[in-house]
Design a protein around this ligand. Structure first.
Ligand SMILES: [Zn+2]
Length: 445
């Protein structure tokens, strides 16, 4: 057994020296950039567009010479060369898995993986689950749908890699899943944060307290950043009586980060699977520790998707201090601070819906919410609709509205209208939530 195995699945990578990690990254980068140039037409065009060849990038310090790759380019490639596009690095015949992104707008992106790619993807996931504390003695229920979305399948393979007892609930209804949680000694549950809150709420409506009546001790969450939003995390933890962990990642990249059992507020980066740049959105230069930047990742293992300098559109903050767990992998403070795609501008102020969620979730009495960006008398305005707990008395509704207005104003630095709607009237989400509505006909940028 390796030193550090008690807390790490890959102690050599997770706890090794930075120099050793850098050597691994450099070696993998050389393999990957040559592979990308030789096998991916889209990536070859990227090199050609700046007149470079792989030999011009002898190490990772030269990486910024390459242009970025965006998700739109991958989508456009799949439109121009249907159905898979021209960015793949291995022939379709060698692939064994196909998944698609859960696009909220536009066409979903199809991604295919050959065996070694798939193995890397689920090993990165297994590392994350193990770091959170999942062990062979656990019984785990991934509560994702088992369609073409990658989350369910990765969690199944990762749990199998760890050796936990798997209870697959891909095709079950919420009612069946709740019944299963009361019937079997399931200790680990994985799902989107929105769905976890929905399960907690549905259980309560049936008079079930999952915190005391289930055996769940740990929950893991992907698909949305909720488990790193303080108020949401607390709700998840209290609702299940368990520790909740955030596993951020992208279908077309890898699970790029994970939260360890220390729950120090920092997330580790899976730097051997992807080389991470955190770039200032204005200057494009590496953001210093403590500053917010966009995460740009260079794939170091996935030959089917040999993407170099892929823009994740996720804003993160590189941590200035290491995590107390002892891992040497780089850290970010908190999870995804905001997504560039979700960014809204209201009366000149930048607003991320995650900040609204942060404020709303501080109120126990708010079960669900919706954010509406609208224009009234020529001025941008934010309306937050709040679906209150069914136990909230009529006279308390007004009080909740006032307190939440004040909290949101404090959080965003903007006046926000709050409306308390009928309990149970806003939509609930079994996958990723769609809580933001932008009614403005023209967005001012
Ligand atoms: Zn840690």
């Amino acid at each position: 057994m390796q030193a550090g195995h008690a807390v790490c699945l890959d102690a050599k990578i997770e706890m090794g020296s930075r120099a050793e990690l850098r050597a691994v990254q450099e070696e993998r980068f050389q393999v990957m950039q040559r592979h990308a140039y030789e096998h991916s037409p889209l990536m070859r065009r990227k090199f050609d567009s700046v007149g470079l060849r792989p030999s011009d990038l002898p190490d990772l310090s030269h990486l910024p010479k390459l242009p970025f790759v965006t998700k739109d380019e991958l989508r456009e490639s799949q439109v121009a060369v249907p159905p898979y596009g021209d960015f793949m690095g291995v022939p379709v015949e060698k692939c064994l898995r196909i998944h698609q992104t859960s696009a909220t707008t536009g066409r979903p992106l199809l991604v295919l993986d050959a065996w070694e790619d798939w193995r890397g993807l689920y090993l990165a996931y297994a590392r994350a689950l193990y770091a959170a504390g999942v062990r062979p003695a656990d019984m785990a229920m991934p509560a994702f749908s088992f369609g073409p979305w990658i989350g369910f399948w990765l969690s199944v393979y990762a749990l199998q890699e760890i050796g936990a007892l798997l209870y697959p609930s891909g095709g079950m209804s919420t009612e069946q899943r709740l019944d299963t949680l009361l019937t079997y000694p399931i200790t680990v549950v994985g799902c989107t944060p929105s769905y976890a809150l929905y399960m907690i709420e549905q259980a309560r409506r049936k008079g079930i307290d999952l915190a005391t009546q289930s055996k769940v001790r740990l929950t893991f969450h992907t698909g949305e950043p909720g488990a790193s939003i303080a108020g949401t995390k607390r709700r998840l933890q209290e609702g299940f009586g368990a520790l909740a962990f955030d596993l951020p990642g992208l279908t077309e990249v890898v699970l790029w980060g994970f939260e360890c059992a220390e729950q120090s507020g920092k997330l580790h980066l899976n730097e051997d699977y992807c080389y991470c740049e955190i770039l200032d959105p204005e200057s494009g230069a590496e953001a210093p520790p403590g500053d917010v930047g966009e995460l740009v990742v260079t794939n170091l293992f996935r030959k089917s998707l040999p993407l170099l300098r892929y823009r994740t559109r996720d804003l993160v903050r590189r941590a200035a201090e290491p995590c107390p767990c002892g891992r040497t992998l780089a850290c970010i403070d908190g999870g995804i601070i905001g997504r560039l795609d979700d960014m809204k501008k209201v009366r000149g102020v930048i607003v991320y819906p995650s900040r609204v969620e942060e404020a709303v979730r501080r109120f126990e009495a708010a079960d669900e919410f919706q954010i509406i960006f609208r224009r009234r008398q020529g001025l941008d305005d934010i309306l937050v609709r709040v679906d209150p707990s069914p136990t909230l008395a009529e006279e308390e509704r007004q009080h909740l509205r006032q307190r939440m207005s004040a909290e949101l104003r404090n959080e965003l630095g903007l006046r926000v209208s709050v409306e308390i709607v009928a309990s149970g009237s806003l939509p609930r989400f079994e996958h990723k939530a769609r809580r933001v509505v932008d009614e403005r006909t023209e967005v001012p940028f």
